[in-house]
Design a protein around this ligand. Structure first.
Ligand SMILES: [Mg+2]
Length: 384
């Protein structure tokens, strides 16, 4: 399935303006020193997280030191930057708090763009529809914060169907039944099995592939009514399509793209029509367009004149350079290349890429050992 890029871009622009406006006041104070120089930064930075600034929960590559350089001594933000990650599973506000603790700087929720962040643009379409959210962390809470009113995690949803997972008795872990504390679903509980699922959102990496593939196949091949006859496939969205990513284990781990391949391969064997789906996340050019808009809003907040801030539009500032710092050539570097100017790609050797030279398949504009080196390069080039 293909969504109209123009429609989504327009939605992103209007949504970003609406969502970010309350933050502009506080940010304008943060940028006050730069704005007093009457100069808006002509550059911005997007950091990948896994394999660049963190491995698991451990800062890597001098990331603490590098990020501190983007702030004034007072702790106010000096250089506009965001995190642009395909990861997720937690609300942006919660992730910002966690990152602030791990990295020792004050990170705002609007600086965290996750793989599932574009799902909020589908709010108008599914606001009141019954949807299922899949993945580690709090996938239903993520969707609820975006405004979706009738969302259940796949853990909760599967728990209403006796025997839907024939292997459940062999699984040692316990699933928290948040639905039982959720008043909306207390009322809905007796009818959940007969409510048609309109869409499934893969918010973050599936924890239990065997159960999730089984239940998703049930939903997708029956028109959203597991156990019933074949029907029209409900909508299916993935937050990213990463085949592999770097975690704490020495070699890469299978990501959401691998899960998608498994689901698609199986679905296509048991259903007459091939699986239809939409994937977001890097290297999708839409993600880079959105990142540019978010960075523009950050820069516009530099303006000390509230009249201008209130009327700020995404067109009123142009970047000369936007730096994408990533560890994965096929995701971060390919994405920045596809997005074109003003994106400039920097590849680190702290994650997926470990080569001596450049990536042969998706060569970066610059290769460095660590994120600290990348920031050093940027600040020198920008004469900061
Ligand atoms: Mg990465």
């Amino acid at each position: 399935m293909r969504l109209s890029i123009l429609a989504i871009t327009n939605a992103l622009q209007s949504q970003n303006r609406k969502k970010l406006s309350p933050l502009l006041f506080s940010l304008s104070r943060s940028f006050s020193q730069l704005s007093s120089q009457s100069q808006r930064p002509s550059f911005g930075i997007a950091f990948d997280i896994d394999g660049v600034v963190l491995l698991g929960n451990t800062p890597i590559g001098g990331s603490n030191k590098a990020l501190k350089r983007l702030y004034q001594d007072s702790g106010d933000l000096r250089i506009p930057y965001i995190f642009l990650t395909n990861g997720g599973g937690f609300r942006e506000s919660k992730r910002a708090t966690e990152l602030s603790k791990l990295l020792g700087v004050n990170i705002l929720p609007c600086q965290v763009v996750q793989g599932h962040s574009p799902f909020k643009q589908l709010f108008n379409r599914f606001e009141n529809e019954f949807i299922v959210a899949v993945g580690k962390g709090e996938p239903a809470a993520v969707m609820a914060e975006y405004g979706f009113k009738n969302v259940l995690s796949i853990d909760e949803y599967a728990s209403y169907f006796d025997g839907i997972d024939p292997l459940a008795q062999y699984k040692k872990w316990n699933i928290k039944h948040a639905a039982s504390e959720n008043s909306t679903f207390k009322e809905m509980a007796p009818t959940i099995c007969s409510q048609r699922v309109q869409a499934a959102f893969i918010v973050s990496d599936s924890v239990d592939w065997s159960r999730d593939i089984q239940v998703l196949c049930d939903i997708l091949r029956t028109g959203g009514l597991p156990g019933r006859e074949t029907g029209h496939q409900p909508h299916l969205y993935f937050a990213n399509d990463d085949l592999e990513y770097q975690a704490t284990f020495p070699s890469e781990r299978l990501g959401m793209g691998a899960f998608r391949i498994a689901l698609e391969s199986i679905f296509n064997r048991i259903h007459p029509n091939p699986l239809e789906y939409t994937s977001f996340g890097k290297p999708n050019p839409l993600v880079f367009q959105n990142a540019e808009l978010v960075l523009k809003q950050l820069v516009l907040s530099l303006c000390p004149n509230p009249r201008v801030v209130n009327h700020a539009t995404s067109e009123s500032h142009r970047f000369r350079t936007l730096y994408m710092i990533g560890d994965n050539p096929s995701v971060d570097i390919k994405g920045a290349h596809q997005a074109g100017r003003p994106w400039f790609s920097i590849l680190t050797r702290t994650g997926v890429f470990k080569g001596k030279e450049n990536s042969s398949e998706f060569p970066a504009d610059l290769v460095v050992d660590t994120v600290e080196e990348a920031v050093e390069y940027i600040l020198r080039k920008e004469s900061i």
